[in-house]
Design a binder for this molecule. Structure first.
Ligand code: CTP
Ligand code: MG
Length: 372
């Protein structure tokens, strides 16, 4: 049996996000999900080490077939926590969630070396930069011959007994091959992959995106809507009710910002428009609120394989004043769109045009969507 431990318990301090690095999205999936998918073809059992407090969220993300344990203070502690959840394995792969794009083939080549008799196996790449030792005074001390040097990656593979033995104490190193080497084991090197880079900073994430290449496409769309003011109507705009404002005419709630966003999303995904999806042929949507239409649009585009990168909407009119309720509106629209990033802007038109003359409200939206 082959088991795999995914080290995902780091906080991602150098990345600087407000969530653990393993939960950051790369294309349409988190780094952790990418890392798991590269192991699932070769491993019979997968154990994920989660940052304390994120166990349930990660369990919900990875499903019941994967064991989730709480990681430790250092990477080595986390690997030990993962190892404790494994029994009966002949070989164990240890992989960093941060090396999200390592391929299945890389995992398979590590396993092949284990099957051929090696007890510790690492993927590695040559070094391309010139290397020098630099003193504390800022001057070069000696040049280093880079020819024999390698950059060590994961997934690394070990016989269960070796991995278990090197983790008996409380040793700490940035990877497991270093512990195996220190314990006197022979560490076999196999060819690594540029795409198995360790995602450490936001610029690494941008590099990783380029490796997803053709599999990921981005598209944009624009949507516009306008409604005339109508006495005696309630105003709904950007998903919010505006009590002391004049509302707009229309069969729906007349939420021009929500409608413009729906059309921008339909435009970006090529799935028609508001009329073709929720028009007169679908009477169940007659009078639907802007937020309901946003939610329905989100379901339609998500089931067609799209995820939303960003949506922005600009409201054009003399009233209402958006600024004071901007945060509330952003959070309402974002929730309706599955947590997508939303920006809301507002402008007047210097007294010109229909909205400048105070006859109504308009909105223009744009959307960026991703498909894998
Ligand atoms: N890791 C872990 N437990 C820790 C620390 C790190 O499981 N206590 C994991 C990380 O989640 C990551 C891998 O080890 O997948 C490699 O670590 P690194 O890239 O340094 O990630 P972080 O420690 O999260 O990042 P930083 O050092 O910037 O905080
Ligand atoms: Mg770290």
């Amino acid at each position: 049996m082959i088991a795999a431990i995914v080290a995902a318990a780091g906080s991602g301090e150098r990345f600087g996000a407000s969530i653990p690095k393993a939960l950051i999205a790369l294309g349409d999936r988190t780094l952790l999900e990418h890392a798991i998918s590269s192991l699932s073809a070769v491993a019979d059992q997968i154990v994920v080490t989660a940052p304390a407090g994120f166990e349930d969220q990660i369990r919900a993300l990875v499903g019941d077939a994967i064991t989730v344990v709480t990681g430790g203070a250092t990477r080595s502690d986390s690997v030990r926590a993962g190892l404790a959840a494994i029994s009966g394995a002949e070989f164990v792969l240890v992989h960093d969630a941060a090396r999200a794009l390592a391929t299945r083939e890389l995992a398979a080549s590590v396993v092949a070396a284990l099957r051929a008799g090696d007890v510790a196996v690492v993927p590695a790449l040559p070094v391309v930069d010139t290397l020098q030792n630099v003193g504390a005074d800022g001057y070069v001390v000696t040049a280093v011959d880079r020819a024999p040097l390698r950059r060590i990656q994961t997934p690394q593979g070990f016989s269960y007994s070796v991995l278990n033995a090197i983790h008996q104490g409380a040793q700490d190193a940035t990877d497991d091959s270093t512990l195996a080497l220190n314990a006197g084991h022979k560490v076999r090197v196999v060819a690594g992959e540029e795409r198995a880079l360790k995602i450490t900073t936001p610029s690494d994430l941008a590099t990783a995106l380029t490796f997803l290449g053709d599999a990921t496409t981005f598209s944009t769309g624009v949507g516009v809507d306008a409604h005339a003011f109508g006495e005696g109507r309630e105003l709904w705009l950007a998903g919010l009710h505006w009590p002391d404002e004049v509302g707009v005419e229309g069969h729906s709630d007349g939420d021009v910002a929500s409608h413009a966003i729906c059309d921008a999303l339909f435009a970006a995904t090529g799935l028609g428009d508001l009329g073709s999806n929720f028009g007169t042929s679908r009477p169940e949507y007659a009078g639907a609120s802007g937020v309901t239409l946003l939610k329905e649009t989100y379901v339609l585009i998500a089931s067609a394989g799209y995820s939303i990168s960003h949506v922005s909407v600009q409201i054009i009119g003399n009233r209402p004043r958006i600024g004071a309720r901007r945060a509330e509106a952003i959070s309402t629209l974002s929730q309706a769109l599955g947590g997508a990033e939303v920006a809301i802007l507002a402008t007047t038109t210097d007294g010109m045009g229909l909205t400048g003359e105070g006859k109504g409200i308009a909105a223009i939206a744009s959307a960026l969507v991703i498909k894998r």
